[in-house]
Design a protein around this ligand. Structure first.
Ligand code: ARG
Length: 458
């Protein structure tokens, strides 16, 4: 029987094109396991309040086990006329159990049912993402640990700025992604409320027990207001925001790594396993994985807006527009997962070209700030030191010299306070290690961060 479960009110069935338009099976069939979990909890609750007998419950539970197996084996094919996962599963139950199956929807609406399935589904999805993110965070700690002693130019405006420990760079991404991880936790907490029992919008005249289903479904809390419950999707928006900051951070990281892999920079060798060649130019090794990741992140960012725009004009409570809440979220879940699956091994296999990196360290007068701060420690006001060192840099550029190989006379020509100890600070190592303020790039500070990061992941 292909009739919709609500067909009683109608003289004729929806047009074929309307059925195509109306169905959400292409999206929500993925909920089938969670729909069955929700159904079982509902059946147990109905038994608990005396609407089903224990024998009836047994029959219903084993019928749901069979249905789950049929779906898993691909023998139960959902029907478009039955719109969504909820009605397909319920219709199958009724097919199996007759009038007994027809009792399952007691005190329930698809409006609270879809919210229940979705929240259960999201809890699993978030936990999986968090597991993968934790693996990425561990790789970043490993990289930081391995690369603490490698000194690279740090950039602002993509111009050489000051030398930094490469370990410090990896840890910067550790902290960004660690905040994303926290945002996913927060989304999980917002999701962890049981909507079941809100009904279509106003609750139920039947003595349904929401506390019972909440416990049965392992939700931490129960939602407080039935109108809010069936119209609310901000647990999804929160997830999409967490996914979006993750995407944005990923995109920036990919951008750096792409730049570092160019022959102009030549800081790193990307793993062959995550690059591809050109069909025409035999010389090419392209950073495609990083580019695809950078490209895919835009889909996640737009998903957040997709759902926000969908919802902004909706009157309370449920409106069918909300059925379109799945595409953006599923798309984001898939994209976050595949990016994590690729990025984690890619990063772990990056080779740093230490000798090549060193060639860059004397290019951009990276130690200019150190010289200015040297003068500050000798009592010269910072604004003056800035000017003096600016002149020194100009002098070097004009005479094709580096700060590192000026003579003591040349230093003194710019300020009489310069002394032989200026030569002690003119190495990238000392520039890095002297920046030992809390959170600075000194290797001691990078090691402190690594220890702290490790303790957070325990
Ligand atoms: N397929 C619907 C969705 O995904 C289920 C809820 C339908 N409710 C309704 N009143 N038509 O949102």
């Amino acid at each position: 029987e292909n009739k919709a479960l609500w067909s009683g009110r109608f003289a004729s069935s929806p047009a074929e094109i309307m059925q195509q338009f109306s169905q959400s099976i292409d999206m929500d069939w993925r909920f089938y396991k969670h729909d069955i979990i929700g159904n079982k909890a509902q059946a147990k609750m109905l038994t608990h309040i005396g609407i089903l007998t224990t024998q009836e419950l047994e029959q219903i539970l084993s019928a749901f086990d069979e249905i789950e197996k049929e779906i898993h084996d691909g023998t139960l094919i959902p029907k478009i006329a039955l719109e969504d996962v909820h009605m397909n599963i319920e219709a199958r139950l009724i097919e199996k159990l007759g009038p007994l199956g027809a009792k399952i929807h007691t005190g329930r609406s698809r409006n609270d049912q879809v919210a229940t399935d979705y929240r259960l589904f999201m809890k699993d999805a978030i936990l999986l993402i968090q597991e993968k993110m934790t693996a990425l965070l561990k790789i970043l700690i490993e990289k930081a640990n391995a690369d603490v002693d490698i000194i690279v130019p740090g950039f602002t405006h993509l111009q050489h700025a000051q030398p930094i420990s490469l370990g410090h760079y990896w840890m910067a991404y550790f902290w960004k992604f660690n905040r994303d991880l926290k945002r996913f936790t927060s989304a999980y907490e917002t999701t962890n409320f049981s909507p079941l029992g809100a009904g279509a919008l106003a609750g139920s005249t039947l003595p349904i027990d929401r506390e019972f289903t909440k416990n049965e479904l392992n939700f931490a809390f129960i939602t407080e207001n039935s109108l809010d419950t069936v119209s609310d999707r901000d647990y999804l928006l929160e997830f999409l925001f967490a996914a979006s900051t993750f995407a944005l951070h990923t995109s920036r990281l990919c951008e750096d790594l792409i730049i570092w892999g160019t022959s102009e920079f030549n800081f790193i060798e990307l793993p062959d396993a995550f690059c591809t060649g050109s069909s025409m130019m035999p010389n090419k090794k392209n950073p495609d994985a990083l580019e695809i990741a950078r490209g895919k992140t835009s889909g996640i960012l737009s998903s957040l807006y997709d759902l926000m725009v969908n919802m902004k004009g909706l009157p309370l409570t449920y409106n069918r527009d909300l059925q379109e809440d799945k595409r953006p979220v599923f798309h984001s879940i898939e994209t976050v997962n595949i990016i994590l699956d690729v990025l984690t091994p890619l990063i772990s296999e990056i080779q740093v070209k230490e000798e090549e990196v060193k060639k860059h360290l004397n290019k951009g007068f990276l130690l200019a700030t150190d010289v200015a701060e040297y003068l500050v420690l000798k009592g010269v006001p910072f604004r003056d030191t800035h000017h003096i060192v600016g002149n020194l840099v100009q002098y070097c550029i004009r005479n094709n010299k580096d700060l590192e190989n000026l003579t003591i006379e040349e230093w003194k020509n710019h300020h009489e306070i310069f002394d032989n100890d200026i030569f002690d600070i003119l190495t990238p190592e000392s520039a890095v290690d002297r920046r030992s303020t809390y959170g600075g790039t000194a290797r001691s500070e990078v090691r402190r961060q690594i220890e702290k990061a490790k303790s957070l992941l325990k």
